[in-house]
Design a protein around this ligand. Structure first.
Ligand SMILES: NC(=O)c1ccc[n+]([C@@H]2O[C@H](COP(=O)([O-])OP(=O)(O)OC[C@H]3O[C@@H](n4cnc5c(N)ncnc54)[C@H](OP(=O)(O)O)[C@@H]3O)[C@@H](O)[C@H]2O)c1
Length: 253
């Protein structure tokens, strides 16, 4: 079995590569650094030669809605088309829980990503993940203004990225995968503001964490549970607190 992980050098992709290799899969990493560009399709035909399973864990590198949509739809289209030419058996797309409940922004573009990737002959499976535990650190970096850090008032059910990657690897290899869209989440609901506050304290970062009020429809929805998984989601991995106590690691890492 040979698999390719697009974005296999990224936060999520690295762990997907590890999880597939731990299951004995010959795994290749596709990224621009390695000469493959899913936005243009450059290098894809050569890279997918002999590959049976493809994971798309790439990212747009921007939260600008138009630019992210252009990236994700191009990536989905190019992977389907090149996958068909290479007789790929299965495409697995990493997405985000709640994409179907966002009216706009980056999150909504991931729904376009899913739809484009699924529009073709290569059987395509979507794994929607909740926010990674690592998201708390990302928001701490993004929201900083001097001594204060403004964090979105999201209600989330975060998952350790390594634990998510093991579930994704199982989907890549499953004999009889659940069709369409499935979800993965961590074991416990959290307020993103609390996560960022505890992470900053644990790191000895004196920044003052404050909730960023957002009275838009999406802001209210994300604060009210639109990012939480459906009841059928796979629940896995350590809680955010366990991950924090283990030094920002999953105990299997
Ligand atoms: N962060 C979260 O909490 C979260 C939760 C659920 C789902 N997700 C989803 O998980 C996916 C991966 O996110 P991430 O945070 O792991 O991303 P990331 O760390 O930014 O990594 C992005 C990866 O994509 C590659 N890439 C970017 N542009 C490319 C292109 N044109 N062609 C080929 N490869 C390209 C990058 O490598 P090069 O730069 O070398 O090309 C890198 O390997 C995203 O779709 C995101 O929406 C994230």
């Amino acid at each position: 079995m040979k698999a390719a992980v697009v974005g296999g050098t990224g936060l999520a992709g690295r762990h997907v590569v590890d999880a597939l290799q731990a299951r004995g899969v010959d795994t290749v990493v596709l990224s621009r650094r390695g000469g493959v560009d899913v936005a243009t399709g450059a290098g894809l035909d050569e890279a997918l030669s002999g590959v049976q399973r493809v994971v798309d864990a790439s990212n747009a590198g921007t939260t600008d809605e138009a630019a992210a949509r252009a990236f994700f739809t191009a990536a989905g289209r190019h992977l389907q088309q090149a996958g068909e030419r290479a007789h790929v058996e299965r495409l697995v797309v990493l997405s985000i829980v709640g994409v179907d409940r966002a009216s706009g922004g980056y999150l909504a573009t991931k729904l376009d990503h899913e739809r484009t990737a699924r529009s073709g002959t290569v059987p395509t499976f979507v794994l929607r993940s909740t926010q990674f535990h690592e998201f708390a650190g990302q928001t701490l970096a993004w929201g900083r203004q001097g001594d204060v850090c403004w964090i979105p008032e999201f209600l989330v059910q975060p998952v350790a990225v390594a634990a998510m990657a093991r579930v994704l690897a199982d989907l890549v290899l499953a004999m009889d995968p659940r069709p369409g869209v499935s979800e993965v989440a961590g074991p416990q609901q959290e307020k993103l503001v609390d996560m960022a506050t505890r992470l900053a304290a644990r790191r000895g970062d004196p920044v003052e964490v404050r909730g960023a009020p957002d009275d838009s429809a999406d802001g209210r929805a994300f604060a009210g549970g639109a990012l939480l998984p459906d009841p059928g989601a796979t629940i896995t991995g350590p809680t955010f607190q366990e991950w924090l106590d283990a030094g920002e690691r999953d105990r299997f890492e």
